[in-house]
Design a protein around this ligand. Structure first.
Ligand SMILES: [Ca+2]
Ligand SMILES: [Ca+2]
Length: 374
C-alpha cells in the first residue's frame, strides 16, 4: 500500500522547488545575455549590410570610371594622331599655334608679343603646344575661359535647360564628361560612345546639365593633366631636373596611381618627350626669369617634366576629395599656396603635417582610373 507523503514537507520536493526558483533567476539573466547577444548580432548584420552596400557602390563606381577611362583614352589617342598630322603641315601648324597663343592671351590678358608670346613662337615648344592646345580644345575640364571660352559650347548646347543660378563649379568636370562622351552635340563624333545607365547620370545641382556620377551619386572629377598631384610643391629650376624631387611627397601620387608605378618613372611628360618646355625655360639666363617661365608654363599648360596623363576620380565613400577641384586656381603667377586645382593639387599645404594628413585622409578612399586596376 502506497502512502502519499504530504508534498509541502517532502525534502526532495522542496529542493526541486528551490532549484526551479534558482533556475528561474538564472533564466532572467540568461534572457538578458541572450538579448544582448541578439542585439550584438543584429548590429553586426547591419554593419555587414552597410559595408556590402558600400562595396557595391564602390563596384559600380569602378565600372563607371572604367567606361569613362576607355572612352577618354580613345579621344586622347586621336588628338595625338591629329597633332602629328598638323605638325607636318606648315600652314595648319602656324594656324594652330596662333590660335593657342591668342586663346592664352585672352584668358590671361597678356599681349602676344610679350615674353610669354615667345613660348608660342619657339621651335622647341611648337609640337608640345600643338598637342596640348588640341587636347584642351577637345577635352576641356572646366568652364574657365581658357578651357571652353566665353561662349560656352556646353551651356549653349544645353539650351534653355541650363540655369546658371543653380550651377556649382564642383560639378563642371562631370558635366563636361557627360557632354563629351554622351551628349549629342558637335564634339561627340565617336561611333564607339559608351552607354551609361540612369544610375550613372544625374543633375546633382539642378542646373540643367547632366553629370556622370559615382556609386554614391556624387559627380566624378576629371583632371586632364594632374601633374601637381605628383609634384605638389612649386617647381623651380633648382629641382625640376632632379628625378628624386618628385618622390618628396609621394603619398598623393600613391592614392591616385596605387603602388604599381615607380614614382621616378613619372618624372617626364609623354606629351613633351624632347623636353621642349624646359628648353624654352632655360633659354633665358636669369634664374628668376627661368622660374617665372616655369610658373607660366604651369598656368598655361602643366608642370613640365612630369607625367601628365589624365585622371578620373571619385571622392569615395566619405564624399570628400582631398584634392582641389578641377576648376580652381588659374593664374599666371601661381604661388605655392595657390589652389592649382586644374593640375590636381592636393587640398592642403603639404609642408604642414596636420594639413597634409587631413587631405590624405580624405583622399585615401578615392577611386581613380589607375587605382581600380590594382
Ligand atoms: Ca548639373
Ligand atoms: Ca574621399
Amino acid at each position: 500500500m502506497r502512502t502519499s507523503l504530504p508534498t509541502q514537507h517532502h525534502p526532495l520536493r522542496s529542493r526541486r522547488l528551490v532549484r526551479r526558483r534558482q533556475t528561474g533567476a538564472f533564466t532572467i539573466i540568461e534572457l538578458l545575455v541572450a538579448i544582448g547577444i541578439i542585439l550584438f548580432l543584429v548590429s553586426l548584420t547591419f554593419v555587414g549590410a552597410t559595408n556590402a552596400l558600400g562595396l557595391s557602390k564602390a563596384a559600380s563606381t569602378r565600372a563607371t570610371i572604367l567606361k569613362v577611362d576607355n572612352a577618354l583614352r580613345i579621344k586622347f589617342d586621336s588628338v595625338i594622331k591629329r597633332a602629328e598630322k598638323i605638325e607636318k603641315n606648315r600652314l595648319e601648324r602656324m594656324r594652330l599655334v596662333a590660335e593657342a597663343n591668342s586663346k592664352a592671351a585672352i584668358a590671361f590678358s597678356f599681349s602676344p608679343n610679350t615674353t610669354l608670346g615667345s613660348l608660342f613662337n619657339d621651335d622647341a615648344t611648337r609640337s608640345v603646344i600643338i598637342t596640348m592646345h588640341l587636347m584642351r580644345k577637345t577635352v576641356p575640364q572646366s568652364f574657365h575661359p581658357y578651357e571652353v571660352g566665353p561662349t560656352n559650347p556646353i551651356t549653349t548646347s544645353a539650351g534653355s535647360n541650363y540655369q546658371s543660378a543653380n550651377h556649382k563649379e564642383r560639378t563642371e568636370s562631370a558635366a563636361i564628361l557627360y557632354h563629351l562622351l554622351v551628349g549629342s552635340t558637335g564634339e561627340n563624333t565617336d561611333s564607339e560612345s559608351p552607354t551609361f545607365s540612369s544610375a550613372e547620370i544625374k543633375d546633382t545641382d539642378g542646373d540643367g546639365l547632366l553629370e556622370i556620377v559615382d556609386g554614391w551619386g556624387e559627380p566624378l572629377r576629371f583632371y586632364r593633366w594632374p601633374t601637381r598631384a605628383l609634384r605638389p610643391t612649386r617647381p623651380s629650376i633648382a629641382n625640376i631636373f632632379d628625378p628624386t624631387d618628385i618622390s618628396l611627397h609621394p603619398e598623393f601620387a600613391r592614392v591616385i596611381y596605387g603602388n604599381l608605378r615607380d614614382l621616378k618613372t613619372l618624372n617626364s611628360s609623354p606629351l613633351d618627350p624632347t623636353s621642349g618646355l624646359l628648353q624654352w625655360t632655360t633659354s633665358v639666363t636669369s634664374v628668376s626669369d627661368q622660374n617665372n617661365r616655369l610658373q607660366a608654363i604651369e598656368a598655361l599648360f602643366a608642370t613640365p617634366q612630369t607625367f601628365s596623363q589624365f585622371v578620373v576620380m571619385s571622392a569615395g565613400n566619405d564624399k570628400t576629395l582631398g584634392f582641389k577641384e578641377p576648376f580652381e586656381g588659374y593664374s599666371l603667377a601661381p604661388s605655392d599656396t595657390a589652389p592649382l586645382g586644374y593640375l590636381c593639387s592636393p587640398d592642403c599645404d603639404v609642408n604642414i603635417p596636420a594639413s597634409k594628413a587631413s587631405a590624405l585622409d580624405a583622399a585615401q578612399d578615392n577611386l581613380t582610373n589607375y587605382n581600380i586596376r590594382r
